[in-house]
Every structure is written in C-alpha cells, then in structure tokens.
Design a protein around this ligand. Structure first.
Ligand SMILES: [Zn+2]
Length: 133
C-alpha cells in the first residue's frame, strides 16, 4: 500500500504499534472513511493496477471483473461484498484492517480527531493493612 510517507518525529508509540494503546475510531460512514483514506493508494495483487484505497469497490470491482477465474468462490464472494456503496459491517471490517495495518491511516485518524482512547483500568488501591495494637 502506498502513501506519501513523511517521517513524523511527533508520532506517538500507538501510531506504529497496535499493542501500545487501545482506542476506538469514529468512522461509521463512507464519507469519513474516504476522508481518512484520501490520497492513499493500493495495487491489485493480481495485475498491479493502482487504485485508491477507498472506496474498496474500486479495487474489488476491478478484481471481480478481471480476476474472478483466478480465485476461489469464497474470495470472490468477499470481493463482491466490498463493492457496495453502503458502510456495512463488511466495509467497517475492511476499514478496521486498514486501521490495524496502515500507519498512514492511523495518522490520518489522529489528525482528523477521530481517535478516542480507552483508558486502561486503574489499579485497585491496595487494601489497608490494619495492625492491631
Ligand atoms: Zn488486477
């Protein structure tokens, strides 16, 4: 997956390490996902043709039309499910994969203010030990 990559020395550890911090992302529609993925590109794994990362229907529509004979029925079904215009559970899952695998997507979510951190549970205060007199 290609992106205009600049070294950002201000990156927080969670930008490149999915284990560093838990968060949720406020992306629940195609427009917001498109804003996050604007300017990011990927390539067809079968022929190398370049496509915008979002919406997935651009790459998946190409794959269904051009490469259906090269994949299993299950893969084809998965590609077809990503050809819709609605932000369904399938599109949400696809976006989630981008979020887990792509630093540029994580940075863009941060920069657009779409990240809400889930604070780790506070440690319980140790119980006071009462020493009898
Ligand atoms: Zn192709």
């Amino acid at each position: 997956m290609g992106a205009e990559t600049k070294i950002d020395t201000k990156d927080e550890p969670w930008i490149s390490d999915v284990r560093a911090r838990d968060f949720i992302v406020a992306v629940s529609d195609m427009e917001t996902a498109a804003k996050v993925c604007e300017g990011l590109y990927t390539h067809c794994t079968n022929c190398g043709e370049k496509f915008p990362v979002w919406p997935p229907k651009l790459l998946m529509g190409h794959a269904v039309a051009e490469h259906a004979k090269e994949v299993t029925t299950q893969q084809l079904t998965g590609w077809a499910a990503l050809c819709g215009d609605e932000f369904t559970q399938v599109q949400a899952h696809y976006f989630g994969i981008l979020l887990v695998t792509t630093v540029a997507v994580r940075r863009r979510c941060r920069d657009l203010g779409l990240i809400k951190f889930i604070e780790p549970p506070q440690e319980e205060t140790p119980k006071r030990i009462v020493v009898p007199n």
